[in-house]
Design a protein around this ligand. Structure first.
Ligand code: HEM
Length: 149
């Protein structure tokens, strides 16, 4: 009776251990699949896409120096996405303190331009608003040169 109980316990333990091993292997495999398909860049990529398409329109507006409600809506989208992008540093494997500071500072400079441009448009300072787009352009070049593959 006791040996039957012991055998039963051994079998249950073995099944538990096997189930655990299989599930952790599956999690690890899912992670490595993510890696291969670049899904770990999801948040940053998605928000950069939003910033990118809004920026195309912003550049057009800056060329004619004509800004309207749509420009303001685009800026709002960019501001929100840039805040998320600013905190997505781990997706780029930026984890060392100095590197995080450098990455977030660059993103903060970008956000400042988005905010300054909004205020300039609201005040009707169209030259100033257009100059913000030039600043954004150089921040983008710097940021991509440093962080984008
Ligand atoms: C106005 C400024 C910016 C614009 C318009 C912009 C736009 C874009 C676009 C369109 C992409 C490609 C997204 C895709 O995969 O389809 C991208 C990717 C990226 N951008 Fe920006 N960007 C700007 C500023 C910045 C700054 C300042 C940084 C860094 C501090 C940065 C870092 C990155 C990185 C790391 C990626 C690659 C994301 C990934 O892993 O897929 N960007 N950006």
């Amino acid at each position: 009776m006791t040996s039957k109980l012991t055998l039963g316990l051994v079998i249950v333990s073995l099944i538990t251990a096997l189930t655990f091993t299989i599930s952790t292997t599956q999690i690890a495999r899912a992670d490595s699949d993510k890696h291969e398909h670049g899904e770990e860049h999801e948040v940053l990529e998605q928000n950069m896409k939003i910033i990118g398409s809004a920026f195309r329109q912003l550049r057009r507006d800056a060329r004619s120096k004509k800004f309207d409600e749509t420009t303001l809506k685009n800026l709002e989208r960019m501001q929100k996405s840039a805040i998320i992008a600013m905190h997505a540093n781990e997706e780029e494997h930026i984890t060392k303190k100095e590197d995080v500071i450098q990455y977030r500072s660059m993103m903060a400079d970008l956000i400042k331009q988005f905010l300054d441009m909004e205020i300039a448009i609201l005040k009707g300072e169209n030259d100033k608003a257009a100059a913000c787009v030039d600043e954004m352009n150089s921040l983008m070049k710097n940021g991509h040169g440093k962080y984008k593959n």
